[in-house]
Ligand binder design. Structure first.
Ligand SMILES: NC(=O)c1ccc[n+]([C@@H]2O[C@H](COP(=O)([O-])OP(=O)(O)OC[C@H]3O[C@@H](n4cnc5c(N)ncnc54)[C@H](OP(=O)(O)O)[C@@H]3O)[C@@H](O)[C@H]2O)c1
Length: 286
């Protein structure tokens, strides 16, 4: 049975992707931010599929010590129960913010959760992914277009605009996926970004101000249910051989921003290594 890790698997797109992949016979390891939400999600999946192969891990991925802790727990689980192999890692957990807010490390929260958490978790699970010639899938967004990286002020400390910070974090997702393919494609790892489209979830209603929450409540009415993008994750996990593209929407390849160059991808990768205290992405400290 192939194993898939999904972050942000307690609501919205991640929960529906977990539900679908479990139904399709994968062994799913979901990550959620607290134990109670994980318990509810697991119960909901098991209520439809009593034999489901689903296990939840709780961690607040906003903070790097928590990513490191859960990465180590998942690695132990994979070694003990899955022959040390991971077929796919879906870096999906994400947030929207209305104000400049920082993590324990002092990083802007959208940058930290939407990009750095997935970067660090991928590093920690790389040996298991390499063993299975696995896939890394990021949840990106069409909003990555029409924006460039603010290299001189990545956290936008000087002039914070929450929407710019969100869009930039989604550009990071696709730059990271590109760099993974450039560096590790030849060793069998493939990375992808899914554009889920506009999806009816509560992302804009969590820890945001009244105005952002109101705008999102109106906007999400036009969104599709999360079961729609879930199909694209399933497509990318099931397709054999692994597809060649980078950016996918509704199970089809799609054009991405011209900012997605190998040079920008390499630059972001090197900065992210420094921000996560990683000396060599290939070598995971015990
Ligand atoms: N909805 C859209 O239209 C849309 C469009 C483009 C891209 N996206 C992307 O889709 C992804 C999923 O978002 P969604 O729309 O499905 O929203 P969602 O329902 O709010 O799902 C976000 C997931 O991330 C988890 N999460 C939030 N903060 C976390 C933290 N600090 N540590 C660990 N997990 C955390 C949430 O946990 P809780 O259940 O506890 O809140 C939830 O499971 C995000 O990356 C988002 O940027 C969404």
């Amino acid at each position: 049975m192939k194993t898939i890790v999904i972050t942000g698997a307690t609501s919205g797109i991640g929960l529906e992707a977990a539900r679908l992949l479990v139904r399709q016979g994968f062994n799913v390891l979901g990550v959620g931010r607290n134990i109670e939400r994980c318990r509810q999600a697991e119960e909901s999946i098991r209520s439809e599929n009593p034999g489901a192969s689903i296990t939840y891990f709780a961690a607040d991925l906003m903070h790097q010590r928590e990513v490191v802790r859960i990465g180590s727990e998942i690695r132990t689980f994979l070694d003990e129960k899955c022959d040390g192999e991971l077929h796919a890692l879906i870096n999906n957990a994400g947030c929207v913010r209305s104000w400049y807010m920082t993590t324990e490390e002092g990083y802007e929260q959208q940058f930290a959760l939407n990009h750095l958490a997935g970067f660090l978790l991928t590093h920690l699970l790389l040996p298991a992914l390499q063993k299975a010639h696995g896939r890394v899938i990021m949840t990106g967004s069409e909003s990555h277009k029409g924006i460039r990286m603010h290299w001189d002020d990545l956290m936008l400390r000087r002039r914070y605009n929450p929407l710019t910070a969100y869009k930039q974090s989604k550009l990071c997702n696709i730059l990271f996926a590109k760099c993974l393919n450039d560096r590790y494609g030849s060793s069998g790892i493939r990375a992808y970004v899914v554009d889920p489209g506009l999806v009816k979830t509560d992302i804009g209603n969590k820890e945001t101000g009244g105005l952002v929450s109101l705008i999102w409540s109106l906007r999400k009415r036009h969104g599709v249910p999360p079961s729609v993008p879930a199909e694209t994750y399933s497509f990318l996990c099931r397709q054999e051989p692994a597809p060649d593209g980078l950016y996918y929407h509704l199970c089809k390849e799609k054009d991405y921003s011209k900012e997605v160059t190998s040079e920008n991808a390499r630059w972001l990768f090197e900065i992210s290594e420094r921000l996560c205290g990683i000396e060599n992405f290939m070598e995971v400290a015990e």
